[in-house]
Design a protein around this ligand. Structure first.
Ligand code: ATP
Length: 322
């Protein structure tokens, strides 16, 4: 192994920069050349690649986003696109690749591995939707952003005696809603993994109001299918309860911001380990964290692990919000 390439792909996540920094610095420490590939698999196919040095990654560990930029790339999902990528890797003399991204990006890494190219996947997405790892890089920062927003919305909700629906990201995964709901003391949490009855939500709101509570926070994950949209849900709740109900959609706010210490730490550990295992001659591996330990496993196996919803914690949130 002489030259390693690194790219970020899919949705950006706070902590990706810390992971890039660790890949770059660990490579240089081990006398390897390190090439930055810009805009994900797009840059790989189009040769948007440059050599990095120690100062390329100075002053980025605390910054959100990704200094290598990111993209979605349909061409890479085709055989012809991946063949082009293989040619570009050869032209630039890259003989190992680190891919930082979510589920789709790791599938891309798996496909390159299948073509015989040494590739390692690092889980970087705010959604925490990869079942094989306890945490993905960016999740902790996102839930901290959400609880900060909950605190602010709670202040104004209390002043006006309102209920507030806060819609959060996560695609088909309810983890952002669940964990920020627990940490933010939400009255109700609505996630795609669990059944949802509007009567139950309304009953809770009325009970809270009757015991003198001045505000209510309802956390709604974006992937919940059978409720129309957040505004329609708000209208329904207001109709049934007569409580003034407002909606806040946090949107891309959740994808930005300076990464938390936890995200910087796991990103740094994973970035370093990716280079170490490439040097050991390993390929087709995905990195993860379990019981506070960074590990690697077969990428195909990792992608086949079902993403289990934490029902125990979900039940706890119901107990704590009575
Ligand atoms: P996030 O979870 O933040 O959305 P992601 O990595 O899951 O991130 P995707 O858009 O699903 O985001 O995937 C990113 C890119 O990975 C795609 O644009 C595509 O180039 C590549 N990719 C996705 N799935 C595959 C696949 N099955 N085979 C090859 N490449 C893939």
């Amino acid at each position: 192994m002489n030259t390693i390439g690194v790219l970020t792909s899919g949705g950006d996540a706070p902590g990706m920069n810390a992971a890039i920094r660790a890949v770059v610095r660990t490579s240089i420490y081990n006398n390897l050349r390190i090439m930055g590939i810009k805009q994900g698999y797009n840059g790989l196919i189009n040769g948007n690649i440059y050599e990095m040095n120690i100062s390329s990654v100075a002053d980025i560990i605390h910054r959100g986003g990704t200094m290598l930029k990111t993209a979605r790339c349909d061409e890479f999902t085709t055989e012809a696109g991946r063949e082009k990528a293989m040619t570009v890797l050869k032209v630039f003399g890259i003989d190992g690749l680190v891919v930082i991204g979510g589920n789709g990006s790791l599938k891309g890494a798996r496909e390159l591995s299948k073509l015989g190219f040494p590739t390692i996947g690092i889980p970087g997405t705010i959604d925490n939707d990869l079942g094989y790892t306890d945490f993905t890089i960016g999740f902790d920062t996102a839930i901290n952003t959400v609880i900060d927003a909950i605190g602010k919305i709670r202040d104004t909700s209390t002043s006006h005696g309102r209920a507030n629906i806060i819609e959060v990201m996560g695609r088909h995964c309810g983890d952002i809603a669940l964990y920020s709901g627990l940490a933010g003391g939400a009255e109700s949490i609505i996630v795609p993994e669990e059944g949802f009855h509007i009567e139950e939500v309304c009953k809770r709101l009325i009970q809270s109001k009757n015991r003198g509570k001045l505000h209510s926070i309802i956390l709604l994950a974006e992937g919940v299918g059978n409720i129309g949209n957040a505004y329609e849900l708000g209208d329904e709740i207001q109709k049934y309860t007569d409580i003034d109900t407002r909606v806040t959609i946090l949107g891309h706010l959740q994808r930005g911001g300076s990464p938390t210490a936890f995200d910087r730490i796991i990103a740094s550990k994973m970035g370093a380990k990716a280079v170490e295992i490439l040097m050991e001659g390993k390929t087709s591996r995905a990195l993860g964290i379990k019981s506070n330990k960074v590990f690697d496993m077969d990428i195909e196996e990792a992608l086949s692990v079902e993403n289990k919803f934490d029902t125990e914690t979900y039940e706890l949130t119901k107990i704590l919000s009575i």
